[in-house]
Design a protein. Structure first.
Length: 312
């Protein structure tokens, strides 16, 4: 997929905020001294009066966002995923989730593709943490097109939203005229009858490539993009289980509590089926080049292909 256009979803986030700022004067962006990295600096340059740098004080930043939301404005609050979901969890839960305030959390640098920053910054637990907060919507876009659409959908949605973005440039796969983003609705990207690969984030493009490798072996894999981890699309998962029998999930996140956990919950309650969860397996990350880490943890196309073959 080397000829495919690539862009990091954190870049998409910054650009989408700047575009949204032109249309919606009630949007306010907060950052924790990371505007250059989270790309909220793009919004800051365009709308300096509506950008607040809260410094390295993520917990306090969440409280400020809650206060701003209570005035009727729509705050987008940003930091690395490790800090937005981890360090500030109690404030997100009690100050934003509990009163169900209209705060949007733009968390960048999620997963092991943060690379050389190492385990302390590679947050593989954020979707699990955010998913368990009552009323919290959790979105993990797969590419530039989807990330921009997710920002606009989050703004239109009433209530707290957690948006997960990555540092690594990923292929643009949704640049087609009929693409439509809807919170809570999965997207069928490739049909197949032998099994279904359900993926999220950067693993969507890798899963599509893995499906091509499987097809060369005579195995037809259905590929579904689940961009909304919560509320999850129960119908598309159950239909896939009924029609293909076997389900594989792929995510740049712990297999505990993320996409794999969410799909397992659906299957166990609605349509029991054989399930393989591909992701980070109960371990911390490590420092290294992003691409090499994704290969080591089996999250590139070849790794997904080999694990699916073994599963079958």
């Amino acid at each position: 997929m080397s000829e495919v256009k690539k862009i990091a979803t954190r870049e998409s986030y910054g650009n989408a905020l700047a575009e949204l700022g032109k249309e919606a004067e009630d949007v306010v962006v907060l950052d924790a001294d990371l505007a250059a990295a989270t790309k909220t600096g793009v919004f800051k340059k365009a709308f300096p009066d509506r950008h607040i740098d809260c410094g390295i004080a993520e917990c306090n930043m969440m409280g400020i966002a809650a206060g701003i939301a209570s005035t009727g404005k729509v705050p987008f609050v940003s930091s690395f995923a490790m800090f937005a979901s981890g360090r500030a969890f109690e404030q997100v839960r009690n100050s934003i989730g509990y009163p169900h305030l209209n705060v949007k959390i733009g968390a960048t640098h999620a997963g092991i593709s943060v690379g050389e920053d190492g385990a302390s910054h590679q947050c593989n637990e954020d979707m699990a943490l955010m998913r368990v907060i009552p009323g919290m919507t959790v979105i993990c876009p797969s590419d530039d097109v989807e990330a921009k659409a997710a920002v606009k959908a989050a703004y239109a949605h009433q209530g707290p939203v957690y948006l997960r973005f990555g540092r690594l440039a990923v292929p643009v796969i949704n640049d087609n005229a009929d693409y439509k983003f809807e919170i809570g609705k999965g997207v069928l990207l490739r049909d197949g009858s032998d099994l279904t690969i359900i993926a999220t984030g950067l693993c969507v493009a890798e899963s599509l490539e893995a499906a091509q490798k499987l097809a060369a072996d005579g195995i037809q894999a259905r590929v579904i993009n689940i961009h909304t981890i919560k509320p999850i699309d129960v119908d598309i998962i159950v239909k896939a289980a009924q029609e293909t029998g076997k389900i594989v999930t792929a995510e740049e996140h712990s297999i505990i509590g993320g996409l794999g956990g969410a799909v397992a919950e659906v299957l166990s309650e609605k349509c029991p089926a054989k399930l393989l969860r591909i992701g980070i397996e109960d371990t911390f990350g490590e420092s290294g080049p992003a691409g090499e880490l994704l290969e080591k943890y089996g999250l590139k196309a070849d790794g997904i292909y080999k694990k699916v073959k073994a599963f079958l």
